[in-house]
Design a protein around this ligand. Sequence first.
Ligand code: GLP
Length: 239
Amino acid sequence: MRITLAQSTEAFYSLVAWRIAQAIIEKPDAVIGLATGRTTTGVHAALAAIYADHPFDTSRVTVFGMDEITNVSRTFPGSCYDMLLRQVVRPLNIPMDHFLMPPTYSDDFNRECRTFEAAIDARGGVDLQILGIGENGHLGFNQPGTPFESTTWLSRMDETLDARIRRESGAAPEDDLGGFTIGIKNIMMSRRVILAANGANKATIVKKALLGPVTPEVPASVLQLHPFCEALLDPDAAF
Ligand code: GLP
């Protein structure tokens, strides 16, 4: 595990954004897994600014969202689809058929999970996976306790996350929210992984994930076993 400490939050956003830009510049048909949330919103803004100042070829890259909220419409501001569309796909002129997202509605999510994995595999597998981290160590929607062998699946929302997503997405109380997510095994199969964490609220879990025991109770701790993982931190998230 390589640990990079940015000197400021701005530098943190810019460093993570440059890692993504560089991956596309070095391999124009790269497959890049993206995460949504407060952390990556800043990263994506920095990425859009880099692209605006130094345009590079994005006609062949594939981007996908590592997770998605189910049973909310894709048009809800707050769905991962909507965030990635607005934050990355449109600003970087990525062709829509190079933007892979899990569906938010389906009568068979098991089948959707296999279809989503197959679509990523068909493009050659993941060159770079960007990850945020939850305050309990979750990756995507893989909550504490998720087996390391998990592949793409539909997880249950934990209560705090459920409440936050309802607030942010405007979902109605009767909507049963779920979390479609690539599994821990899929993350570990990515050729390169970047764990991006900023803010003082992440410092405790970052320390546990990077220095503590490798355990499914802290999903992000599995990254200690990845051969090409970089943790990129801002000063507040550093321990
Ligand atoms: C959500 C997302 C994750 C994300 C995490 C951290 O649970 N499903 O993919 O990494 O939150 O989000 P934030 O950056 O807002 O703290």
